[in-house]
Design a protein around this ligand. Structure first.
Ligand code: ZN
Length: 490
């Protein structure tokens, strides 16, 4: 298959070179590498298997593609000379000062830029032919600092380029940029856009039309709800969005040595009250808890309790569809449970896959922007950064997560038997678009598999477990949260 992709789907030589170049990484050699070797960079080979890149040995790489060494060296040479696709513009419209760069200096810059791994094009939304560098590189200025460090260590005899020269080479010799991931690359839309119009089947057209309808419908619901909540700040309605931020690294520091060290992950679960514009971040490091359904359910539980204390009786929430975090029985159980315990109605809507951008993502963007350029060594420093992200207006409230805040909602959900609906059909959990729980009907979860459709299905809790007294425990501290009973609101 890879062989076919290479020989049949890459129409010409330069596309084939580009294909090879995307699968070969050139990296600086380890510090103690053989000093006699003239090359200070080594090559690593990859093949794409099931949409993921797998590192392979050189023999495997060349035999799978059925190519000789010359293909590889030419490909790397082409990349070094000209970036991935676009021909090198060097010498055409190049500013004068780049001509003055000694060849050795120029190639030191080109090699350095080539030494960074490229982001797999699969994860880059744009259909452009640009190459993308990992987002840990914050800017070209940042790359230039790493370049100086690298040169001082590895090639002290070569005259280094100025930052301006480095930037010019970056801009003119490469068709490249630093990857800024947009929320949720949409596979559906990419597949549709990449299919030439004459090859789009009726099925594809229909599926895409439905997808577009769904995402617009869900986003409009969220927007309308937010506007409604903003208009009357004193109501008992709360509209909220929540999501995990990408894992934050500790340490996050500018010294290149940290690019190769193992990091402690810091987790941030953000929940935004859209109407009151109040963001709350639940922050902890990986030694405290995981980033799974129990954590999401536990933070929602905390938030629901807080909202109930403020007199909220109606909650409309939105999230993406991640089955390991948001879309599962564990979270549904929390919703059911919070509704009956706090006397609230909750309608939770899952935004259409690929189009789930929401207020929590906006907060994450602000935190990341604000922490750019700062050295962070401890989880506590991430908390401080997060707290200082907004100085005055609607500041971010940080909750330092402790283990006794995490409850085992998964264990509780297993006692509810949420597998079948009232018509005795299996509940299609992955297809759910909306979950509704109502304090007046504590014995059921309602769900929809189409937002536009009024049809609701019911998961009866009463039927499958007529009496539900559960001692609901915190796994770690064995703290009993309460005893849940249909008729009691503790
Ligand atoms: Zn899409």
């Amino acid at each position: 298959m890879i062989h076919t992709e290479f020989w049949k789907k890459q129409p010409n030589r330069s596309r084939k070179w580009d294909f090879i170049s995307r699968h070969v990484e050139v990296t600086p050699k380890a510090r103690n590498a053989d000093k006699k070797s003239r090359r200070s960079f080594s090559r690593r080979y990859f093949l794409t298997v099931n949409k993921g890149k797998v590192r392979v040995c050189k023999e495997m790489f060349t035999s799978t593609l059925d190519i000789n060494d010359e293909w590889i060296s030419t490909s790397i040479k082409k990349r070094t000379e000209g970036g991935a696709i676009s021909p090198c513009k060097m010498g055409k419209n190049t500013p004068r000062h780049t001509f003055e760069i000694p060849a050795e200096t120029k190639s030191s810059v080109v090699d350095h830029i080539n030494a960074f791994p490229r982001v797999d094009p699969h994860y880059v939304r744009e259909s452009s032919q640009k190459e993308h560098l990992p987002q840990e590189l914050e800017s070209v200025a940042h790359m230039y600092r790493l370049y100086l460090e690298h040169m001082a260590e590895k090639n002290p005899q070569v005259k280094v380029a100025s930052e301006r020269q480095y930037r010019d080479i970056f801009n003119t010799c490469f068709n490249i940029e630093i990857h800024r991931p947009k929320k949720d690359l949409c596979d559906e839309c990419v597949r549709y856009d990449n299919t030439p119009p004459n090859l789009r089947t009726d099925e594809l057209e229909a599926a895409h039309a439905e997808h577009v309808f769904n995402y617009k419908y869900a986003q409009k619901m969220k927007k309308d709800d937010t506007e409604e909540a903003r208009k009357q700040t004193n109501t008992t309605l709360c509209v909220m969005c929540f999501d995990y931020e990408k894992l934050l690294n500790c340490p996050k520091a500018d010294a290149s040595i940290f690019y190769y060290t193992r990091k402690l992950g810091v987790c941030n679960f953000t929940l935004v009250d859209c109407g009151r514009r109040k963001p709350v971040c639940y922050v902890y490091d990986q030694t405290v808890a995981r980033r799974g359904a129990n954590e999401v359910a536990s933070f929602l539980y905390h938030a629901h309790e807080e909202r109930a204390k403020d007199g909220i009786v109606e909650i409309r929430s939105y999230s993406d569809n991640c089955p390991g975090q948001n879309k599962n029985r564990t979270v549904a159980t929390e919703l059911l449970f919070a509704a009956s315990k706090f006397g609230v109605t909750i309608v939770h809507t899952y935004l259409e896959k690929g189009h789930t951008y929401n207020a929590a993502d906006g907060i994450h963007g602000e935190i990341e922007k604000r922490s750019r350029g700062f050295q962070i060594y401890t989880p506590e420093e991430w908390i401080q950064r997060t707290e200082q992200t907004r100085r005055t207006k609607n500041p971010i409230k940080v909750i330092r997560v402790t283990q006794d805040m995490i409850f085992d909602f998964t264990a509780l959900s297993s006692k509810l038997n949420l597998a079948r609906n009232s018509e005795n059909q299996p509940v299609p959990w992955t297809k759910l678009r909306q979950i509704k729980v109502d304090e007046r009907n504590p014995g059921e979860i309602k769900y929809k598999i189409s937002l536009a459709d009024d049809k609701e299905m019911t998961i009866p809790i009463n039927k499958v477990s007529p009496s539900y007294y559960f001692q609901f425990e915190n796994k770690l501290s064995s703290r009993i949260l309460f005893v849940w009973h249909k008729s009691s609101r503790s």
